[in-house]
Ligand binder design. Structure first.
Ligand code: FAD
Length: 341
């Protein structure tokens, strides 16, 4: 096999980062991204892009920690380079506050973010309804610029990008040697994964340039995340809702909740409302599978189901997916050289 042909289905943060890792680890591969939507029309464009991990109950914690660490290290290097502004990556400091002291005072990611510590009494005075808090510095991606930056990197590496809706992964078997499934919530239909479900999220993007620190209620529902161009105010978590239309009552509720944490937001302007469906599962699906029909085989690598934390783990899961693609190619090369004997 001269140049193995790899198709990556999906152009959200998972598909683009996975295609980049494959192109970098397998320079002899010909990589194509196939997707029915690209930025700015993906779930990844709606996300706040904060690096605060979500926990996947059925994925071992050491793997989640490794994925987060690899992602943090990758983006930290960009934040310290001249690329930072174009890539939309920056450090942001702030507070996670709790009405009651949480069971787990030290989350698994506390030694990966920077300067994690309990908040002082003086800091907590800003939040009279909260009794406990954690201060730390993490990274934030401004999502649409970051996705465009990834697309530019892909083009520079020679990766092709095609608009195409894939109805069945098998339809790619005559054109590609390996297929990588990064379809996000689209995998529900594409591969009939009934363990994958949407968690609807509605957020507001507002102009409030004086807000420089993030504030997150520990319940994960209410948050204020300042980015380069706008501040994201959230949010909602509506399990099994496929509704992509913004709800005006929810917009008002989010705004009021955020103002109770940061009253100066009453002066925010230019409020835009966005809705996205988090591709959620009990565990991220990151595995190899071989599809087979009439003796013909198609190796597939699945990489989807990052739910509420896709930005927080994307480079870690992309590296693992690229390693699995390498295994598929080695197996194909092994079987083609055996066939020649
Ligand atoms: P998507 O971005 O949905 O990409 C899937 C791609 O597959 C799309 O390009 C789609 O067009 C394509 N596709 C699907 N089906 C097909 C098909 N059949 N044929 C061809 N193409 C197909 N995460 C964080 O880490 N931090 C945050 O602060 C954060 N905030 C969030 C806030 C909200 C409101 C929401 C909704 C999510 C948030 N997330 C956050 C989660 C994050 O957005 C997701 O985990 C991430 O975007 C998932 O990326 P993805 O590439 O898997 O999916």
């Amino acid at each position: 096999m001269v140049a193995p042909k790899v198709a990556v289905v999906g152009a959200g943060v998972i598909g683009l980062s996975t295609a980049l890792c494959i192109a970098e680890t397998c320079p002899s591969c010909s990589v194509t991204v196939l997707s029915d939507q690209f930025s700015p029309n993906t779930t990844s464009d709606v996300a706040a892009g904060m690096l605060i991990p979500h926990t996947y109950p059925d994925t071992p914690i050491h793997m989640q920690k490794q994925w987060f660490k690899e992602t943090f290290t990758y983006l930290f290097a960009i934040s310290n380079s001249a690329e930072a502004s174009e890539a939309g990556i920056h450090l942001v400091s702030g507070w996670q506050v709790f009405k009651n002291t949480p069971k787990e005072e030290l989350p698994f990611w506390s030694n990966i973010v920077l300067g994690f510590r309990p908040m002082s009494e003086e800091e907590l005075r800003k939040f009279p309804q909260h009794r406990f808090g954690q201060a730390f510095t993490t990274l934030k991606c401004d999502c649409p610029p970051y996705l465009l930056w990834l697309e530019k990197r892909l083009e520079a590496t020679g990766v092709q990008m095609r608009t195409r809706k894939v109805a069945d992964l098998w339809e790619l078997h005559s054109e590609y040697d390996v297929v990588v499934n990064c379809a996000g919530i689209g995998a529900h239909q594409l591969v009939g994964d009934m363990e994958l479900f949407p968690i609807r999220g509605q957020v507001l993007k507002v102009h409030a340039p004086w807000v420089k620190n993030f504030i997150r209620d520990g319940d994960g529902l209410t948050y204020i995340y300042p980015g380069v161009h706008s501040v994201t105010l959230g949010g909602t978590r509506e399990k099994d809702s496929w509704n992509l239309s913004p709800d005006p009552g929810t917009t008002k509720d989010i705004f009021e909740r955020c103002c109770s944490l940061e009253p100066s937001l009453r002066g925010a302007q230019d409020i835009k409302v966005k809705v996205g469906l988090r591709p959620s599962r009990q565990s991220v699906r990151l595995q190899r599978e071989v599809l087979s029909q009439g003796g013909v085989k198609l190796p597939v690598v699945h990489n989807y189901g990052q739910g509420a934390g896709g930005f927080s783990v994307h480079m870690g899961t992309a590296k693992e997916a690229a390693r699995l693609v390498g295994e598929c190619i080695a197996a194909l090369q092994g079987s083609s050289s055996r066939a020649k004997l």
